[in-house]
Design a binder for this molecule. Structure first.
Ligand code: SAM
Ligand code: SF4
Length: 343
């Protein structure tokens, strides 16, 4: 009788970059399209990718699953607006199998909230426990001006639907000089009153949006100083592995985060890479360098080629970004828009 030779199935090794950072977080922009045209994110007349360049939902699933096999524990779907991608719930539902097996710790999305009234329940049923919703102002006219096409009431209804479905919501607001800079006490009281965290984001110089960045840029150090005049802010140790630094607001009991890529260096703890809907992998939000994963993905049914391309890409992950906005640097630091790589 022939002895059976034990077969060891080699598990692909985890992803560690040259600075010893483990890559455990994948952000996937599932579409570059959006039903809004936020002034800091897009120009009014955007040219979107031809549909033929965009990965199918099955291909996106294959790529995400390859990353999960390599140790990615957290996956965020973003865009563009992820919930305007046709069939998006098929992808969410299919990816949720990795939550059931325990391979994935968290499946989440970042959304503008416009479609949430329709999808919140289904998202919750797929195991989505927390989502980020972007909202810069509670004033309907300002909301229309900032998003160009958005309807505040729809977004507020979406937020309520998510909360009703038992999903934890974090509100992300971009701080815009002369637009919402005086609104943060109200936004904070509203968000915390509904049990939602609020995170304020500094404008980043991504893509040409047809306006000088200095016109939009409000350093968060100034906003924080203003808020500290009205509220008692205590630094928290709470970390999400991302660029946000959190404080507790004594008066509301809620948590307030500051994302300051321009004034605070958070790169040393970076655990993430970003995949676009064309299968391009960006190792850093603030750098141009990217790797094409679509070609190896389409070249074979197995994952060997994809894994080799992912390995080579991770070895090129830079130490950090080099965003600058000042009077001499008003051009975008990187040419692509935030909607390409996802926020
Ligand atoms: N459409 C979804 C949304 O708005 O939440 C997901 C994609 S959007 C690109 C993700 C986040 O990036 C949003 O919170 C948005 O406010 C933020 N964002 C877009 N452009 C930005 C920029 N130039 N600087 C800073 N944040 C930006
Ligand atoms: Fe669309 Fe989000 Fe960009 Fe606004 S920030 S235009 S909602 S992708």
């Amino acid at each position: 009788m022939n002895a059976i030779t034990p077969v060891t199935i080699a598990k692909a090794p985890p992803l560690i970059d040259p600075f010893a950072r483990a890559i455990t977080y994948l952000r996937v922009s599932v579409t570059d399209r959006c039903d809004f045209r936020c002034v800091y994110c897009m120009s009014e007349n955007m040219t979107f990718l031809p549909k033929a360049d965009v990965l199918s939902l099955e291909e996106l699933d294959r790529l995400c699953s390859a990353f999960i096999e390599r140790g990615v524990r957290k996956l965020r779907l973003t865009g563009g607006e992820p919930l305007v991608r046709r069939g998006i719930m098929t992808l969410v539902s299919s990816l949720s199998r990795h939550l059931s097996t325990g391979a994935l710790e968290e499946l989440t999305i970042t959304t503008n909230g416009s479609q949430l009234a329709k999808y919140a329940r289904e998202l919750a049923d797929c195991g989505v426990r927390r989502i980020n919703i972007s909202l810069d102002t509670l004033d309907p006219d300002k909301f229309r001006a900032v998003t160009r096409w958005g309807d505040l009431n729809k977004v507020l209804a979406g937020i309520d639907a998510a909360l009703d479905a038992g999903i934890k919501v974090k509100i992300n607001a971009v701080a815009l000089k002369g637009v919402n800079e005086d609104e943060f006490p109200d936004l904070l009281a509203w968000a915390h009153g509904k049990g939602m965290d609020l995170t304020v984001i500094e404008v980043m110089p991504l893509g040409d949006v047809g306006e000088g960045r200095l016109d939009q840029y409000l350093p968060l150090s100034m906003l924080r100083a203003k808020l500290a005049g009205r509220f008692t802010l205590t630094d928290l140790d709470y970390q999400t592995g991302g660029p946000a630094r959190y404080v507790r607001v004594a008066e509301t009991g809620g948590r307030l985060g500051f994302i300051t890529p321009l004034t605070h260096n958070f790169c040393e703890s970076c655990n993430r890479v970003r995949l676009t809907c064309t299968g391009t992998l960006f190792m850093c939000l603030g750098q141009e360098d990217a790797a094409d994963l679509r070609t190896p993905l389409r070249a074979s049914e197995g994952n060997d080629l994809v894994n080799a391309a992912i390995d080579a890409a991770v070895l090129r992950k830079p130490r950090g970004h080099d965003f600058i906005i000042d009077r001499r640097h008003q051009r975008p630091a990187v040419a692509r828009h935030m909607s390409v790589t996802g926020g």
